[in-house]
Design a protein. Structure first.
Length: 307
């Protein structure tokens, strides 16, 4: 069932809440404007802060199809936009030669018709849909090469794709476009100008506790507060890769499975691999440093409760 687009920032916040996404007002404002003005939304931020989840929530709450293009180095038009089904074309040629009943001109025209066109996510996003324009997620754009960015300009400017053998395909209505980047490299200004922009930062401690309450309600309130305090402290250290919200959720869920009601030094050492993804970071935190951080967190929480 299709849901109408939100009519205000408050409606956008409510829409995200229905999708179990805890957002701040600035993100909801950027999303509302992108939806209202039919512009792509470009989300940058560290890995694991919830950028990709925005597109998934929009798809689920609006009742729209989700088309995901996972970017990688060397991504080209044949993987992202379209390609011709060469095997099927060759079979058609052989059948035509065997029957001898089709001239070359009509055969060539038929070979480059829609039934031989393999549509990839970017082309699929331009097609009409009874449920409304789909949600197109272009994920981790910073992993692609600059030439692919240039190719995106036509699609994000006019919502059309030019296929030399077939013609130009134009979207009757723009899709909802979400682009994400972990900022491993800068995205070209020409592409950014076509989008609304929002930096998705690590959440505050209070907001991260809200996220845990929604996503990991099984976690005891005391455990959740300690987990958030520990993770927030880690983000202030000079680690190779600070834990994102996704790692916070993984850690909390792992601790619940271990029947923990609160953090202890031994269980922290045993489960750091669910929170930190580089051995140098784990080696730095394990042992006395983990115990020190835990003592600091428990002291701060006790002081806050006493107030």
């Amino acid at each position: 069932m299709t849901t109408p687009l939100p009519a205000s920032v408050d409606d956008t916040l409510a829409l995200l809440t229905r999708g179990s996404y805890v957002a701040d007002r600035s993100l909801a404002t950027a999303l509302f404007l992108a939806l209202k003005l039919k512009r792509p939304l470009f989300l940058e931020g560290e890995a694991g802060v919830g950028k990709t989840e925005i597109a998934k929530v929009l798809s689920a709450t609006l009742g729209r199809k989700l088309l995901r293009l996972q970017c990688y180095e060397g991504l080209d038009a044949s993987s992202a936009v379209y390609e011709w089904n060469y095997a099927r074309q060759m079979m058609e040629i052989r059948l035509a030669e065997a029957s001898g009943g089709q001239d070359r001109e009509s055969l060539a025209s038929d070979l480059f018709s829609e039934r031989f066109l393999v549509k990839r996510p970017l082309l699929q996003a331009l097609e009409p849909d009874l449920a409304g324009p789909p949600v197109l997620l272009i994920d981790e754009l910073d992993r692609t090469d600059e030439p692919f960015e240039a190719y995106l300009l036509e699609i994000l400017s006019d919502y059309q794709v030019s296929i030399p053998e077939f013609g130009t395909i134009h979207a009757p209505e723009p899709p909802i476009v979400i682009l994400t980047s972990n900022r491993t490299r800068e995205i070209h200004d020409a592409l950014k100008r076509r989008c609304f922009y929002h930096w998705v930062d690590y959440p505050s401690a209070a907001r991260e506790r809200e996220i845990l309450a929604v996503k990991a309600p099984q976690a005891d309130a005391r455990l959740a507060a300690q987990v958030v305090g520990f993770v927030q402290t880690l983000r202030g250290l000079d680690l190779y890769k600070a834990p994102g919200v996704a790692e916070t959720l993984d850690w909390a869920q792992a601790l619940v499975e271990l029947n923990q009601l609160e953090l202890e030094p031994s269980v922290i050492n045993d489960t750091l691999g669910t929170l930190l993804k580089y051995q140098d970071d784990i080696a730095r935190i394990q042992g006395s440093e983990a115990a020190r951080i835990l003592t600091q967190v428990k002291t701060e929480l006790a002081a806050t409760t006493a107030r």
